[in-house]
Ligand binder design. Structure first.
Ligand SMILES: [Zn+2]
Ligand SMILES: [Zn+2]
Length: 322
């Protein structure tokens, strides 16, 4: 048996005893050590979810006799096929057959263990501690992938980041590491603005009067922010959408209609970028460390989610003792 969180809806998380998962052929049992909370989990926190959520997972492979037994691994969330055109082109995050995402359609990491398909295991080097390793997924992985796409369209100069949550702050750190600057960050939450300024960004309380930007990263999923991004991008500039939202409506104002610009959506990251992302983490470890601002065991998960939902934490995580 093991403990697993059940998201019942209405911001209620119950910890239950359920049978240990039995991996099928092609899967291994992963004993969870850490699982980071994500803005996209807040929907699940409010509405409930049929499987165990949690998709920024670090664990230890438990399969005696296996080459990876005892190895710490991250979980790459798309269950990719390896055969489709996107997989063949080294873009498994865009796999045409990946109907399941770990922690969304299959049980995820808010539990003591889960079954993980082998192709979703990313081994973690020994010098990266558990609590920082999970940042290599959504925070650094998604942000750095977005920045690499951006670099094709706007290779240098000023950047505006809308939303100083984990993706926005991750993108800010990556942008600074890639030599962009100044990197301006707008967020209505003063705590988040404070962290952005502390880590080298220029925190903005308002966008009024700011000149147009060659590159804007929309990291909030907020409708007003998206409208702002499209209006405030410079002609021939680029908007990269990293944030997620269920509904979205744009008013096509003159500021949007009368210019050429690029609009890019970026989702997750290809496994081929994983090694470079580890180097980004190693190079600015202290700054990334700042993002992980609280850790709690399963019994504290509900309270941790409350703090996160109320905007008082950047990137808290479930932390299970070794
Ligand atoms: Zn996430
Ligand atoms: Zn595929």
């Amino acid at each position: 048996m093991m403990q697993a969180a059940r998201f019942a809806g209405d911001r209620k998380i119950e910890i239950r005893q359920i049978p240990l998962p039995v991996p099928t052929a092609g899967e291994v049992l992963l004993r969870v050590r850490a699982c980071s909370l994500c803005g996209s989990d807040l929907r699940v926190f409010r509405n409930g979810w049929p499987v165990t959520p949690g998709h920024e997972i670090l664990g230890v492979v438990d399969k005696p006799g296996d080459r990876l037994h005892g190895q710490r691994c991250l979980v790459y969330i798309p269950v990719w096929c390896g055969r489709c055109d996107q997989c063949q082109a080294q873009r498994p995050h865009l796999c045409e057959n990946a109907t399941d995402l770990m922690g969304w359609q299959r049980d995820g990491g808010y539990a003591e263990a889960l079954a993980v398909p082998r192709q979703c295991l990313l081994p973690v080097p020994d010098d990266i501690p558990d609590h920082l390793a999970t940042l290599l997924l959504d925070t650094i992985g998604t942000a750095a992938h977005g920045m690499r796409l951006s670099a094709r369209l706007a290779p240098s100069g000023r950047v505006l980041i809308l939303g100083a949550g984990p993706i926005g702050l991750g993108a800010m750190l990556v942008a600074l590491q890639m030599g962009y600057g100044p990197v301006e960050v707008f967020d209505p939450n003063p705590m988040r603005r404070g962290v952005a300024a502390e880590l080298g960004g220029v925190a903005l309380e308002s966008l009024e009067g700011r000149p147009a930007y060659p590159l804007i990263l929309e990291c909030s999923g907020n409708e007003t922010a998206r409208q702002n991004a499209l209006e405030r991008v410079a002609a021939m500039g680029a908007v990269i959408q990293l944030g997620e939202a269920a509904g979205w409506q744009v008013n096509e104002t003159k500021a949007i209609r009368r210019k050429d610009f690029f609009y890019v959506r970026s989702f997750y990251f290809p496994i081929s970028e994983y090694a470079a992302n580890i180097e980004l983490l190693r190079a600015h470890r202290a700054q990334y460390e700042r993002l992980v601002d609280e850790r709690a065991p399963l019994a504290g998960l509900n309270a941790l989610f409350e703090e996160f939902a109320n905007g008082r934490r950047i990137k808290p995580q479930l932390s299970l003792a070794a």
